[in-house]
Design a protein around this ligand. Structure first.
Ligand code: NAD
Ligand code: DAU
Length: 350
């Protein structure tokens, strides 16, 4: 029976990926390895936590000895690596944590897998989940392709770029079977409300200012999170070992236009007069080194494996708003830190 370890499974994307994989592949065991940082919340997984093919292990990928012992004991044959510090603003405030988890943690995982697999690569795979931010910033024109040279600007993207290079180095040097994907901005349920969309939903609901950095002219390419999970699943099943796949939504939005659309949806959903939410838009100091535009060319994934996004953005955004409004308890727990106290107590001795 196959055994897959998914790191960072208690986070935003990891929890969607686990839900998909645990339900789709009942004969495969999935182990969720997560440190439960502020961003890791097992409430994201309540609907699958009792499934027989799912297990949670609390652990820190920065601890190399722990990982080696874990791999020896569990004999995973597949690693899907999502655990990371993921928020750009936090990386500007505290870069070293990003170096530790994103770079050292990734190399520790590669080492643990290499030690455990011991040159027997048959049936093994190390899948590394990365970001389009490694490619840097675009002007008005052009797209990031898989061959675009790396040019990271934030401590977050520099740490992810470094981790990507290490994964490729383990493939080229030791022959480890690897896959990589670089994805654009995800949105949807269970995203921590420090990221633009859930932060804005939360603030609008509470009639608080919506902080828009600079003039709101920066452009991001948004993808429904379940489409990212579907792409990872497809690449894992059918991707060519050693290759990189760009994943994106073909869906570029200026931040200010996105926020205005969100305001319109929120006014409707909350039964407030049109224009109420837009009145909360507040332009604030720009993010340091703020990348102007990201745009992914996902045609390699589309033509080679047939993947394409399933949802139109307007529909996905409305679904996202509906989810946050229907899951006030989740949002309250996250914003108050209640979830953290609960799970930290429950796993205190691990
Ligand atoms: P997230 O911040 O929501 O979740 C990260 C998870 O990793 C959390 O559960 C956290 O507890 C865990 N973690 C952090 N440090 C750890 C450590 N030292 N040991 C073990 N677990 C640890 O992140 P996300 O938005 O779900 O992103 C997941 C991955 O996808 C990241 O690698 C990120 O770089 C990448 N990515 C994210 C996006 C996006 O839009 N969110 C887009 C492209 C790629
Ligand atoms: O592109 C993929 C990346 O997308 C992922 O690798 C990262 O993990 C993920 O956090 C995300 O990075 P961004 O920096 O693009 O996401 P964020 O939600 O922080 O910001 C989106 C845009 O909105 C960005 O241009 C900054 C702006 N912004 C953000 C916040 C939090 C604001 O204007 N105001 C805000 O309060």
């Amino acid at each position: 029976m196959k055994k897959v370890v998914i790191t960072g499974g208690a986070g935003f994307i990891g929890s969607h990926l686990l839900r998909r994989m645990v339900n789709r592949y009942p004969d495969v065991t999935f182990v969720n390895l997560d440190k439960l940082t502020y961003a890791g919340n097992l409430e994201n997984l309540l609907d699958i936590e009792h499934k027989p093919n799912y297990r949670f292990i609390k652990g820190d990928i920065v601890d190399g000895d722990f990982l080696t012992a874990l791999f020896d004991a569990e004999q995973f044959d597949t690693v899907i690596h999502l655990a990371a510090e993921s928020h750009v603003d936090r990386s500007i405030a505290n870069p070293i944590e990003f170096v530790m988890t994103n770079v050292v943690g990734t190399v520790n995982l590669l080492n643990a897998a290499r030690h455990c697999w011991n040159g027997n690569w048959e049936g093994k795979m190390f899948y590394h989940v990365s970001t389009d931010e490694v490619y840097g910033s675009l002007g008005e024109e052009g797209f990031f392709e898989e061959s675009t040279p790396y040019d990271p600007h934030s401590p977050y993207s520099a740490s992810k770029a470094s981790s990507d290079h290490f994964v490729r180095a383990y493939h080229d040097t030791y022959g480890m079977p690897v896959l990589l994907s670089n994805c654009s901005n995800n949105y949807g349920p269970y995203q921590f409300p420090e990221k633009l969309i859930p932060l804005a939903i939360h603030n609008i609901k509470n009639s608080k200012p919506i902080p828009v950095y600079g003039k709101g002219e920066n452009v991001r390419d948004w993808l429904w999170v379940e489409d990212h999970a579907a792409a990872i699943d497809l690449i894992l099943q059918e991707g060519t070992t050693g290759e990189t796949y760009n994943i994106g939504g073909f869906n570029e939005w200026k931040n200010i236009d996105l926020i205005k659309l969100l305001c319109t949806i929120m006014d409707k959903k909350l039964g407030r007069p049109e224009g109420t939410s837009a009145g909360l838009i507040t332009f604030v100091r720009d993010r340091a080194g703020h990348d102007l535009r990201y745009a992914i060319d996902a045609s390699h994934l589309n033509t080679s494996l047939g993947w394409k996004p399933s949802l139109q953005f307007e529909e996905g955004l409305e679904k996202t708003v509906d989810w946050y409004l229907a899951n006030e308890e989740w949002l309250d727990h996250v914003t108050s830190g209640t979830y953290k106290q609960y799970y930290q107590q429950q796993y205190a001795d691990r």
